[in-house]
Design a protein around this ligand. Structure first.
Ligand code: NAP
Length: 303
């Protein structure tokens, strides 16, 4: 079995950018991707905040980045990495199909938004249902939208959207917010923000796109709210569970790393939405990929 210089786990923007940097340094690179390359950016209809692109669809962005990595000689296998074992400098990454070895590993597995679990939620992604207000908010200019959740993400999403949308309904299952009181106060001062508390979204009504949502209060009373956008902000789930032995994880599951994306294990790096940081955007995922690859290249030269 041949050994790679670097195995990258995850073929999203962070992992593929790491591959581009590693291949340009002539390192042998294997990307292991569980589903299909591109990551969650594929779900974004229009990217307007990535430098040099005024508009590009998430699908086109992901396709171009995958092609760029392939043209540079990146090997990609569609296999889910389930474990990493270290033996000195040798790292073995396991998948259901076998195992692969490398001297350095970059874990770029991203994080998945927690979903509401409603029957047609998945098919309405990009047609009214969104998990990213800063990505998709502009599509709902002067329209009615709802945000569901009670943490800082939901509160900040509601504040952000209140500058764009006509009306923002903030729907939370309790009457107390997990997020910061000062942000709740700012929201109360916004005339176009309406609080819907002690309530859950229980159905999504759609024709071509989202038309309205059914909201059920904790006492059982149901009502319909007409919205064309629903921003789901009920927490995220970092895809790090399989790697707890090699990277320190916080309570939520985000991996700890230094500013060079190094984990506690020499030669193992994290990049993208699965690491502890403040800003999780396409551009910061790509930046992490470059930083982690540079770190891995340096590690290989020193060990
Ligand atoms: P979070 O703090 O875990 O909040 C998730 C919210 O969603 C909670 O209010 C929770 O309700 C609700 N929820 C969970 N599952 C639900 C379901 N199935 N249906 C309806 N509601 C559900 O997640 P987050 O807001 O994404 O924040 C994650 C972390 O990042 C937090 O530590 C947060 O403080 C931090 N963050 C910080 C900033 C900032 O500092 N500027 C900005 C964003 C996020 P309950 O409250 O009832 O459990």
């Amino acid at each position: 079995m041949s050994m790679y210089d670097i195995i990258i786990i995850g073929g999203g923007p962070a992992g593929l950018t790491a591959a581009v940097y590693a291949r340009r340094a002539f390192k042998s690179v294997l990307v292991l991707e569980a589903k299909s390359c591109g990551g969650q950016i594929i779900n974004t209809p229009d990217i307007e905040n990535y430098p040099t692109w005024e508009h590009i669809s998430g699908f086109d962005f992901a396709t171009r980045l995958t092609e760029q990595a392939k043209i540079l000689g990146t090997e990609i296998k569609l296999e889910r990495a389930t474990d990493i074992k270290t033996d000195g400098e040798i790292k073995t990454v396991f998948t259901p199909h076998g195992s692969y070895t490398a001297r350095a590993v970059i874990i770029a597995t991203g994080s998945a938004p927690r979903k509401l679990g409603l029957p047609n939620e998945n098919e309405l992604i990009g047609r009214g249902v969104s998990y990213c207000a800063t990505c998709d908010g502009n599509f709902f200019r002067k329209k009615k939208v709802a945000v569901v959740g009670g943490g800082n993400t939901a509160l900040e999403d509601a504040l952000y959207l209140s500058d764009i949308a006509n009306t923002v309904y903030l729907i939370h299952r309790r009457d107390e917010f997990r997020g910061e009181t000062s942000t709740v106060q700012k929201l109360k001062e916004r005339e176009n923000v309406s609080f819907v508390l002690n309530s859950s979204v229980t159905a999504l009504n759609a024709e071509k796109g989202l038309k309205s949502i059914e909201v059920t209060s904790n006492s059982g009373a149901a009502s319909t709210i007409e919205v064309s956008g629903l921003f789901v902000a009920v927490g995220r789930i970092p895809e790090t569970r399989s790697f707890a032995a090699v990277a320190e994880l916080d309570d939520i599951g985000y991996a700890a790393s230094d500013e060079n994306c190094r984990t506690k294990t020499p030669g193992i790096f994290v990049a993208g939405d699965n690491r502890q940081k403040e800003v999780r955007q396409l551009v910061t995922a790509a930046a992490d990929g470059a930083v982690a690859a540079a770190g891995a290249i340096k590690y290989l030269s020193e060990n």
